[in-house]
Ligand binder design. Structure first.
Ligand code: GLN
Length: 287
């Protein structure tokens, strides 16, 4: 099989399987197998694949036909300009989550942060890298996700600055009141009843624990908000990703002191994707 044949065959097979961008996916898989930059596929269409390369390439194409996420097949996904290692057991970083990060970087110049539901660790690692004067804690209910986060923290050289905590219950996190400058989270927020309608890539391969937020998708916020309002320092921020504007409205309506609603933020499609609060300073007692 030559490169041009592989590209044509793979794109045809993926198209028939209903894959959204067949040529892009097949080129990325071929680049991965041949370990070559994209331009070489076009510059050397006559290059012959070895039998090992052909076997690996075909296997990856068939796995993609079965809807395995491209990021799992490549073993990586770009986030904030860096490639994170990903695979079964962690949610693939989403471009929309970069909007959460952008918002958070706007209010966090350094200090101590907690990333609740860290998954691949993309938020925590990026925060640590973009804010060298910071330390943090990355929390997840899934040991498999924490293994990916650990690898990413190690590969990006931030392992010494981020503690990994395995729990699904904020109350277990070993932090006292008024100790955190920023709580950030992309929790599972898709209502349980909508799990069946997710894309097969998400529904059949990504961890349900990272997606299913209970009957209305809001369960994680019900525990996160009261906890954050205790552990945050006065003036500290809480920023979360949400599924839609209805969830944001609910969160705004259910804001209670000492958390003060600050603003919402949008995703790349212009839809409401998140919410930000600040913990108010203690009210002065004047006798
Ligand atoms: N945005 C993700 C999706 O729609 C969901 C991630 C999450 O629940 N936090 O696939």
């Amino acid at each position: 099989m030559r490169v041009e044949e592989g590209r044509r065959w793979g794109a045809g097979v993926l198209r028939e399987a209903g894959i959204h961008a067949p040529q892009r996916d097949v080129d990325l898989l071929l680049e991965e197998v041949l370990r070559c930059p994209p331009a070489l596929l076009l510059a050397h269409p006559e290059r012959e694949l070895s039998s090992a390369e052909k076997e690996r390439f075909c296997a990856l194409v068939f796995r993609r036909c079965a809807r395995e996420p491209l990021a799992y097949l490549l073993g990586r996904k770009g986030f904030w300009g860096r490639d994170f290692s990903v695979g079964p057991g962690c949610l693939v970083p989403r471009a929309d989550t970069e909007c959460l990060l952008e918002t958070v970087l706007g209010v966090f110049s350094g200090g101590f942060f907690v990333d609740w539901g860290t998954g691949s660790g993309c938020i925590a690692a990026t925060l640590a890298l973009e804010r060298p004067a910071s330390r943090g804690m990355a929390v997840d209910a899934s040991p498999r996700a924490l293994a990916w986060a650990w690898k990413n923290f190690r590969d990006f050289g931030v392992l010494e600055r981020i503690e990994l905590v395995h729990t699904g219950a904020p109350a277990d996190i070993p932090l006292g009141p008024d100790s955190v400058d920023l709580v950030v989270s992309n929790p599972p927020y898709i209502p349980s009843s909508r799990q069946a309608s997710l894309m097969p890539e998400v529904r059949e391969f990504e961890p349900p624990v990272a997606l299913d937020g209970g009957p209305d998708g809001l369960d994680p916020y019900r525990t996160l908000l009261p906890w954050a309002s205790v552990v945050l320092k006065a003036g500290g921020y809480l920023a979360v990703e949400v599924g839609d504007v209805a969830q944001t409205d609910w969160l705004r309506e259910h804001t209670t002191p000492p958390l003060v609603w600050k603003n919402l933020f949008l995703d790349l499609a212009g839809d409401v994707r998140g919410a930000v609060w600040q913990k108010a300073p203690p009210v002065a007692y004047n006798g």
